[in-house]
Write a protein that binds this ligand. Sequence first.
Ligand code: HSE
Length: 440
Amino acid sequence: MINIAIMGYGTIGSGVAEAFYTNSHIINERAGQDISLKYVLDLRDFPGSPVEQVLIKDFNAILNDGDVRIVVETMGGVGAAYDFVSALLRRGKSVVTSNKELVAKHGAALFALARGSGANFLFGASVGGGIPVVRPLNSCLTGDRITEISGILNGTTNYILTEMTQNNKGFNEALSEAQRLGYAERDSSDDILGLDTCRKLAILISVITGEKVEASDIHTEGIDKITIDDIRYAKTINGNVKLIARANITQDGVWATVSPAIVTGGHPLNMVNGVFNGILIKANISGDLMFYGRGAGKLPTAGAVTADVIECAKNLNRNVSCFWTDEKRRVYDIGDNICRKLARVSCKDGERAMDKAIEKAQQIFKCKQVYVLSEHRDEFAFVTEAMPEKTLGGQIKELLECENINGILSLLRIEGTGETKSASKSETKSVSKSKTKSVV
Ligand code: HSE
């Protein structure tokens, strides 16, 4: 029999306990021996809960108990969690975590500790919730060179954007629902500002390359500034706004970004809604792959943790978790990243001022089509050609010199290389003065 402990009885920790009680027979069978939950560490009391009899408040009880071979860390954060996990690995106990902050920041050091003591440090639940993506990358695609990874890696923000897009919900209402459903981080600004996605992308690139990627090196934008009007403009080009993580991996470096982007037409990520995550991988031998499933929530994440516990149980005295080293992967300057964007421009009120502003935009950006939301007489949008971010920055600066332009309301990257088409004729109306201006 193997004894395990859970540190942190929050949403995920309680889900792991539930998974072990619900599926004990199948888990024991697959692990090859019985797994017993000996301790649950939490400073809070949970009277009447199924783990009441095994609740403890002293970490040392787990550390010093030689019978405990595998520990689940679902506390979150990088303070106590890092100290506890390091101490456990040094003692030769395997650790399974769902804590992406811990893995992104200290993964290389923790793998080294695990290697040194013959234990394992597994973290499949830290990316994509219930989607098995880390282990396939580390075992099924090892004969491939992976050149590209892109995806929706955060359930909370995808839930919010889907609710705003499909049900006209306000940002705050959708966020409260995501929090109530147990999708959000302890501090939901990590979700909203793109930091959670950024950590997950850093982990995936590190798994693929075997080198450490600092999350702080990845250009990251959140969804905090996305408005209903951004979503409406996205619809005019047959797109939806999604928070997209993208990495293009070369022999010696990586382009990596996290930003809201417009995903158009039949792009596979356009079908990923609500709490679901989708991850696209381009591999030079196996071709294109897509991973899809519930990216957040108690039981999907607990399922991924449980699978890693079973993996540890099957490899009790054998380290299988050497994922990446401390050597840093180069992250290229975002300024050289080539992309197309939908630019929303605020201009002086009135048709004449707007026409002059549009003329200027067309002169600088050579855009054939501009879009105007029917009730607005003081803003318009257009799609740029593909160009490096820094060239785009220069052209925007030039545009802002036009006296009829007040500023840029938003700049949204367009995901993928597919041609951006305007919406069907019935949704758009040409304006007689300018064949290129569509009121939508
Ligand atoms: N807050 C995270 C999300 C939890 O919404 O995706 C799962 O990592």
